[in-house]
Ligand binder design. Sequence first.
Ligand SMILES: Cc1cc2nc3c(=O)[nH]c(=O)nc-3n(C[C@H](O)[C@H](O)[C@H](O)COP(=O)(O)OP(=O)(O)OC[C@H]3O[C@@H](n4cnc5c(N)ncnc54)[C@H](O)[C@@H]3O)c2cc1C
Ligand code: SF4
Length: 472
Amino acid sequence: MGKQTGFLEYERLEEPFRPEAERSRDFEYLHTSLTNEQRAEQAARCMNCGVPYCQSNYGCPLHNLIPEWNDLLYRGEIEQAILRLTKTASFPEFTGRVCPALCEKACMLAERGSVTTRDDELYLIEEGFRRGLVQPRIPSVRTGKRVAVVGSGPSGLAVADLLNRRGHSVTVYERNDRPGGLLQYGIPNMKLPKEIVARRIRLMEAEGVSFVTNTAATREIVDNYDAAVLCGGAGKPRGLNVPGDDTPGVHFAVEYLTSATKSVMSGEAPAIDAKGKHVIVVGGGDTGNDCVGTVLRQGCVDVTELELMPAAPTERTPDNPWPEWPRTLRTDYGQLEAAERQGSDPRLFLTTVKRCIPGPDGRLAQVEIASVARTPQGRFEPVEGTERVLPCELLLIAAGFLGCDAKNVEAFDLALTPRGSAATENGSHHIGGKLFTAGDFRTGQSLVVRAIADGKAAAKEVDEYLMGSSPL
Ligand SMILES: Cc1cc2nc3c(=O)[nH]c(=O)nc-3n(C[C@H](O)[C@H](O)[C@H](O)COP(=O)(O)OP(=O)(O)OC[C@H]3O[C@@H](n4cnc5c(N)ncnc54)[C@H](O)[C@@H]3O)c2cc1C
Ligand code: SF4
């Protein structure tokens, strides 16, 4: 423990957000940084708890050695801190930016302001890159075994990273034009600048991992390898199933966010543009919030976000005690920006879409919405008489995901779990034969940090399969 009274002396101080009015007009990173001195003070707040819940199952799926590197950061031993961090964390530059920080919710200091673990992690890894401490780690011995990884999201990258370090020759197949999965085409630039993704890919290439883009892997392709790990994500979005949901102007969130990122990167107009449009986003979760933030930046007229569920309570309830993740109302950056621009929170809770109405040109012009109530069977159904029609030229569906996409199910002849994910042997990562799986493809839609942890666990199983045992 660096400073015994640190948590009493210093208040929690997060990386500041740029002002809403400024940041909602560009796609630059959302935050600015603290000074080095402030960062050390934040690390000094860590109490090195006897039972560090931050790194337990409640806190960090990677079991990061949080109190150890917070202490080293406070003492200014940056190189050692980075070594401790990267012992367990595969890609801290991603988790340091996009992780919801389960560790902070489970922190012993949660009541008086958790340790800023996520920001500390980001500071350390970026300092590592700045100082040239993050260098390619090229394995000294190659095993002669060849592994195909299908999909280059965080789970696929974690599998590839670990198996390559073990000495296997790894090829990652990605059907998009750039690697990264939802880190590249999903999570928007302002949360995760795309140069950060490209930097990690360059590092992995220098370490010996091959990336093949614009290629949808099939059974025929992976049959040429000693083992293959399917990390194709939970690519099947949940639809609306209402009249008119195939009207031009209705899009799934990831399709829209992909077009937005491509436009930011190329400087060309987006294939799906919110500019000058009334927008409705269906879904009040993280993906919906990213859509809200993106349509504001593209210059929409206004944005409304519909959420089927009631607003969560503002405080923890007795059935949701610390150190569990708090099921409380969160207002994220996009919703704050919309509130600043429009004067109120864009979310309408307990509300759904009843139908999409085309205009004379056949494109979406209006959307009928209605309040919902819970039926005795627990479903949410529209309440008669509450319907109203809103102008809307762009409707984005961010209503969750239903597991593996149909193309992969067919290509790899997969059996599915009831949730639509790839079925494995006894909950392991082994599908059968030389096929393994990891990430959202196996677990259903989750989090970046969980996908990384799952990829690491899969890499160990693949290594055991190839070598008989594994030190991973
Ligand atoms: C809009 C959005 C925002 C999110 N924001 C956050 C966030 O802020 N924080 C957080 O923790 N989580 C967030 N998530 C969730 C997180 O991104 C996912 O849980 C995580 O990316 C899953 O990683 P993965 O590697 O399993 O799959 P993915 O990231 O989905 O990657 C799968 C990749 O496989 C490729 N692929 C599929 N089939 C094939 C094939 N046959 N051949 C070649 N390539 C193939 C796909 O093109 C894709 O690139 C967000 C999700 C979305 C949709
Ligand atoms: S629970 Fe919080 S205070 Fe305790 S060791 Fe972890 S980060 Fe530090």
